[in-house]
Design a protein around this ligand. Structure first.
Ligand SMILES: Nc1nc2c(ncn2[C@@H]2O[C@H](COP(=O)(O)OP(=O)(O)OP(=O)(O)O)[C@@H](O)[C@H]2O)c(=O)[nH]1
Length: 528
């Protein structure tokens, strides 16, 4: 089921371009099935080209033009829609209020109309994936405004936000304001926010990829690969022997929005017309790899991934572990439903392994135990970097669920804890990897009903014979939020730059209300 991507502001547009390039490379190299391709691209009048299901918005024309021409010059089989963009003549000057209160109402109708046209090109709709930074004015302020407008227009569509968290010491002096304003507003309209930290992306590029001076392009490539690893189809794994993990019954009903919205019949998450056909093989795509014997298989036995009603379950090609690409019908919807079921906890962290320079991949021997051990330690320690992991921390360390249960006074958030995580394994033997360690109750909130989902694909991701990624609703966000808050409160106390926001109708009381909301969110996570 299609997902429409909105690229907002400089960062959103640059990251979006990387994301579509990454998906295109994957689709060209491996057969994920037609339906997976159609989730993000639609056929175009030119039989050799696909069109990204995307809307590009920025208040200055340069970056959108750059993304569009980069797509055209890539030599790949995809382009942006010829009229699917909205630009003005000058940016929002890093002023969230200008983006939200100034440009927002001004471009509302045009933006909604652009999205509507893209929605009309789809026979059904999973929802929207919004890409934006949190520190500027356009992606952050206008992007938040657009997210709220989409929520109004499409009550039953999923809205996911992929938000770039600024460097700790930023290029944008008012980034604490912009980041917290974005976060507090999106917490109300979004179904899930994936936070991508620039600091971590930069360090990954520098330390693990060996890039002396990482560019945004390098960082976006890393982020886009992690995102694609999470969002490409995978097949649910059943409960593994001896673990606490039990997949839930499919949950299609959304938790807090109205059911199908009248705006466009058949575009709701639960709408009758939303099922689509075919697991993938059989339709010729331009320049894409055709289905091979293992391709395009439905994840029919997937108890937790909500396989489509009435779809047949073809027998696995090789018994047991499953080969080929099982198709999770709408990964975005499944991920959000599973991970963000509680409205107060919507902040997601993405971790992936291995992180290494492409040139080293062919000379590296991968083993599942080594990969999953590192990924698990990243979860245990809350790190998003594969490098520099503290192996002395265990789930029993102070601050862990186990330690908290042992008595008061031991709390210290050295151990991470998750409400829910989704582990996605890709590569040879991915169906049989032992993932029991990820279901350790000491790593999850005591009241979490469904702490772990696991899915896999036997096909390799990129050039790695084995790779894994973990999308997790955990305490990682607490540190960055608290540091950002400290700066923001300090600035607000001296009323620094406040007049620039007041010019667009944002008052000190509005700031305070947003900051209080964030404090509440951070405290809830800290208590997980
Ligand atoms: N990862 C990444 N971060 C970016 C990129 N471009 C900008 N940023 C970050 O985004 C923040 C600035 O936001 P931008 O997206 O440039 O601003 P904008 O949304 O276009 O808003 P205005 O410039 O105010 O109109 C800073 O934290 C930058 O570090 C990019 O391509 N990749």
């Amino acid at each position: 089921m299609p997902t429409i991507t909105l690229q907002l502001g400089q960062c959103g547009n640059q990251l979006g371009c990387s994301f579509f390039n990454t998906l295109a490379t994957e689709f060209s190299s491996h057969d994920y099935g037609t339906e997976a391709v159609h989730e993000y691209y639609r056929p175009s009048p030119d039989p050799n080209l696909y069109t990204a299901r995307s809307v590009l918005i920025d208040m200055e024309p340069k970056v959108v033009a750059g993304a569009r021409s980069a797509a055209a010059a890539s030599g790949s089989w995809w382009r942006y829609p010829s009229a699917g963009y909205l630009v003005m003549q000058s940016g929002s000057g890093n002023n969230w209020a200008q983006g939200f209160h100034g440009y927002g109402p001004q471009v509302h109708d045009d933006a909604v109309e652009l999205v509507r046209k893209e929605v009309e090109q789809a026979d059904s709709l999973t929802g929207f994936l919004l890409l934006q930074s949190m520190a500027g004015g356009t992606g952050a302020g206008l992007g938040t405004y657009v997210a709220a407008a989409l929520r109004d227009e499409y009550h039953s569509a999923f809205i996911a936000n992929c938000c770039v968290w600024p460097y700790e010491s930023g290029e944008v002096i008012v980034q604490p304001y912009n980041t917290l304003l974005t976060l507090s507003h999106l917490a109300d309209v979004s179904d899930g926010l994936v936070l991508l930290e620039n600091e971590a992306l930069h360090r990954t590029a520098a330390k693990l990829y060996g890039i002396a001076r990482p560019s945004f392009g390098d960082m976006n490539g890393i982020a886009a690969r992690a995102l694609a690893a999470a969002l490409l189809p995978s097949q649910a794994r059943g409960p593994y022997a001896g673990g606490a993990y039990t997949p839930p019954a499919p949950q299609h009903q959304h938790h807090h929005h109205h059911p199908a919205h009248g705006h466009a019949a058949g575009h709701g998450r639960n709408s009758p017309g939303s099922g689509s056909t075919g697991g993938g093989s059989g339709v010729q795509l331009p320049a894409l790899r055709r289905a091979d014997s293992s391709g395009g298989r439905l994840g029919g036995e997937s108890p937790g991934l909500g396989s489509r009603a009435g779809s047949a379950t073809p027998p696995p090609a090789s018994g047991g572990g499953g080969s080929g690409f099982g198709v999770c019908t709408a990964p975005l919807a499944e991920l959000l439903t599973r991970l963000c079921g509680h409205p107060a906890y919507r902040l997601l962290t993405l971790r992936s392994v291995p992180q290494l320079p492409p040139a080293n991949i062919d000379f590296t021997t991968f083993t599942w135990p080594a990969l999953t051990k590192r990924l698990r330690q990243m979860l245990v320690t809350g790190s998003v970097l594969e490098e520099g992991l503290d192996w002395s921390i265990t789930p029993q360390s102070p601050g862990s669920a186990a330690a908290a249960a042992a008595g008061p006074g031991l709390a210290g958030p050295s151990v991470n804890r998750a409400l829910a995580s989704w582990l996605i394994l890709r590569g040879q033997g991915a169906g049989e990897v032992d993932v029991g360690d990820f279901a350790d109750p000491a790593l999850t909130a005591a009241w979490s009903a469904e702490p772990l989902a696991v899915s896999y694909s036997a096909g390799r991701f990129g050039r790695c014979a084995m790779s894994a990624c973990l999308l997790s609703n955990d305490r990682r966000c607490v540190g960055p939020i608290q540091r950002m808050q400290e700066h923001a409160y300090g600035m607000l106390e001296s009323r620094a730059f406040v007049h620039q926001y007041e010019k667009y109708g944002l008052s000190v009381a509005d700031f305070q209300e947003c900051f209080a909301r964030i404090e509440d969110i951070a405290q809830r996570y800290a208590r997980l």
